[in-house]
Structure formats: C-alpha cells, structure tokens
Design a protein around this ligand. Structure first.
Ligand SMILES: C[S@@+](CC[C@H](N)C(=O)[O-])C[C@H]1O[C@@H](n2cnc3c(N)ncnc32)[C@H](O)[C@@H]1O
Length: 239
C-alpha cells in the first residue's frame, strides 16, 4: 500500500486543506489539553503534510509504516525525527503532550483488538493531561459502496487519473485504486489495494476509553468522518 503512489500522494491530495486541518487540530488540542502543548507526535504521518504546519507550532515527530511515504516526508521536513514503525507496536521511549492519527489511518487496523492495541500504544505515548486525536474512517452506516470515485491531476509536469473501485468484504471496505500517471518517467499504470475496517462509533469509543482516556467525540471532525479526542487524566504539575 502506497509504495508506488507515494511520490504522487501530495499531488493526488492537493485538494485537501492541510493548513486548515492543522489549525483546527491545534485549536481542539488547546481546548482539551490540561498541560502546555510543546511536543506533538503524528502517528501514520504519511508524507508529513500535517507535520509541515504542526512544526511551526510544536516540536514534532512522526511515525509511519511505509518507507516510501517517509521518504517524501523526510525530503520536506529536514531535521524532524521521522520513525519507521507500526502503530501496533511502536515504542519511542518518550511521551508527548499531543498525539494525533489523522486522515483515517486507524482504518488500516484489521480488527477490534488491533484498534484497541493501536490506540493503547498511542495513549502510552501521552503525558498526563495530554490529548490524543484520532480521525476515524467511515462507519458502516455511512458507507456508499456503489459510489464512483475518481481524482484527476492536471499539471504541466504531470497528469494523473486515479479511479477507485470499492466494495465491502465482511467488516472491511476494500478499494482498488487504479492509477494512470503521465510524467517525465513515461506513462505508468498500477493498482494499489487498500483495505480499511468499518469500525463502529462504539468500537472507537471503547478503544479510547479502555486505553484510560477521557473521551470526547466531534461528529464533523476535519472532513466529516468524525474525530475522537482522548485526554490522559492528570495534569502537568509544573504548570
Ligand atoms: C491515508 S494515509 C494518511 C497519511 C497522513 N496522516 C495524511 O493525513 O496525509 C494513511 C497512512 O497510514 C499509514 N499506515 C497504515 N497502517 C499503519 C500502521 N499500522 N502503522 C503506521 N502507519 C500506518 C500508511 O503508510 C499511510 O501513510
């Protein structure tokens, strides 16, 4: 997943307002944290688009499973610690005032147990009074499996058409993303399969609660998929 599309990811998602999203996340973090916000970790940071804006506000680090995505992030974020790792079992050996996991990356976890494990790992990296923000994948009720989805990029230096065929298999939404890319490298065609689990609202809530967090839910979130906010009880005694 993302291995072939990573170099084109930022162009494919150039319609996304990362600056606005980072600002909204900052505001939510400030509203919920019970400690000064100095250090932020972005879990499943991808190509580092949110980190680009977060780094102006916090000391930031990122972690992602995919080396190709990290390579793009490293090129644009020199000096930022970007770790290769799995949200299921990472241990950075330090804690953060804020941990975020955005653009539905938790959906890549395959089972309820994995969701619980992944969220618990994120919570373990929080300081007391710190806040975790998880942007959900769509829930089963809002899934539109028959919706046709296409993204087109038309720049002088590159043309991309990405057509997605999606369907449901058990508890997963499966998406075959067909990419046709015309660049100086020639015309390439490749397909990437993405499988994201259709966790329910109750499963997200339980995962954060079981990780020992005080949970709030923002139904609209950044792009209508909902945001879960979990605060680790306690507060910074230095404040
Ligand atoms: C939709 S992208 C989101 C990237 C970035 N957060 C953004 O907003 O653009 C999902 C990201 O999740 C990462 N990912 C998927 N499963 C992961 C896991 N188990 N641990 C860490 N990263 C993971 C992928 O490599 C990919 O970069």
């Amino acid at each position: 997943m993302y291995s072939k599309s990573a170099p084109w990811y930022d162009l494919i998602y150039s319609f996304k307002d990362y600056a606005g999203e980072a600002d909204r996340v900052r505001s939510l973090l400030q509203g919920h944290a019970r400690r000064p916000l100095r250090r932020l970790l972005d879990v499943a940071c991808g190509t580092g688009e949110h980190l680009r804006f977060f780094q102006e506000l916090f000391e930031v680090e990122g972690i992602d499973l995919n080396e190709a995505m990290l390579a793009v992030a490293r090129a644009k974020l020199p000096g930022v610690a970007l770790h290769h790792g799995d949200m299921l079992d990472f241990d950075l050996g330090r804690r953060f005032d804020a941990v975020v996991c955005l653009f539905s990356a938790v959906g890549y976890l395959r089972t309820k147990e994995e969701l619980e494990t992944g969220v618990a790992q994120m919570a373990r990296h929080l300081e007391p009074g710190g806040v975790l923000i998880v942007e959900a994948w769509i829930t089963p009720e809002v899934l539109e499996p028959d919706r046709l989805h296409g993204i087109y990029v038309d720049r002088p230096e590159v043309k991309i058409a990405r057509m997605t065929k999606s369907w449901v298999e058990g508890r997963s939404s499966v998406m075959d993303m067909h990419h046709l890319v015309n660049s100086a490298r020639g015309v390439e065609y490749f397909v990437e399969r993405h499988e994201l689990t259709l966790f329910t609202h109750e499963e997200y809530m339980a995962a954060l609660t079981d990780a020992g967090l005080e949970v709030a839910f923002d139904r609209e979130g950044l792009i209508g998929r909902g945001l879960y906010l979990g605060r680790l009880p306690g507060r910074d005694t230095r404040t």
